[in-house]
Design a protein around this ligand. Sequence first.
Ligand code: GDP
Ligand code: MN
Length: 388
Amino acid sequence: APAMRKINEKYDKVFVEGCVEPDTSKPRANAAFVILARNKEIDGVIQSIKSVERHFNRWYHYPYVFLNDGDFDDNFKETIRNHTSGEVEFGKVGPEMWGFPDWIDPAVAQEGIAKQGDAAVMYGGLESYHKMCRFYSGFFFNHPLLLKYEWYWRVEPEISYFCDITYDPFQRMIETNKTYGFTIAVKELRETVPNMFRYASAYKRLHNLTSKGLWEMFVVPPEDQEQDEEPPKDSDSPGGDIPRTSPKKNTKPIIDPESMEGEKYNMCHFWSNFEIAKLSWFRSKEYQDFFEMMDRSGGFWMERWGDAPIHSLAAGALLGPQDIHYFRDFGYRHTTIQHCPSNAPGLQLPRESFLEQTTLNDRARFEEDDYWEHWDAPQEGGVGCRCR
Ligand code: GDP
Ligand code: MN
């Protein structure tokens, strides 16, 4: 208990204080909510916005940017305007950020996607889902409507917040010099990313990057690795071999797979449907190089790489724990997974040495099956959050 109090005093003042009067003394940061959605998702979007407004934005009035690969209809726009207290913009995502890149043969990609559908990879057979993941991995931050912003807070349809957020998380991240904030970390479905880690690991090596202390969070410790286990290979992709060079333009050969390290991914990642992050990090040359190398592997098509593990492994390669903020004080749920601050088990398990330099707790890093605090949402409500 004393150790816990010490940690809380140092890192979790807001959590300890619980719901207080909102602090609106600071000016708004240069930030916006970003919501990618389709017209048919309007009900889920309104649910999310009501929750965001009720628990935060009615005091802070941050603007919203809605993005869509199609056109938002008048009903969507009108309904949104009736529920938001900040400025609203609606934008279209063009084919240069959404469609197939010119270096891949769409027929090859589509065949790979169909195979993933046959193999029952979750969302693997949905071309639109592959495009969405690639957009959120490599493009959203450069969408024309986002260029004027320095920070973003991602919102999805059908999310909810349980607790009032009575301070400005953007300002708090600026003050504490953070780059990336999350509230839930979970494990990825292995069959969606069989080869992702080999490529991420190769990126790190090719650029001579040494870990700043976050990379280890994603690696199975050597002592836990099965000795006789075969490392994954390109032919393990459920969509077929990841094309090593462009099928169309035979320009950029990507890395020699022999150069990939023998480390193994533990599947942990920050769940990106909630994310507060500094857009300049995504726009940086380092992140762009990372994305381009990952993209050139073909893994967004021949596998169903999610933007969440992409963001996470980029953070692992480029950032340190001190750059990451764990919003453990945010009560948050999306579909079946939630984080509830009042009974977060990780708070009872501080690992001082790691927490000295970070606001992360260590469960993801050191325990294979029990990473950070998330758990399946109970069927009925009443999860015990103290906040209103
Ligand atoms: P899940 O949370 O992984 O089950 O995936 P979702 O279906 O929630 O998709 C993630 C985000 O991308 C949500 O904000 C969706 O509204 C959005 N999204 C997914 N597919 C498409 C698409 O084809 N078009 C548009 N405009 N948005 C999409
Ligand atoms: Mn979703």
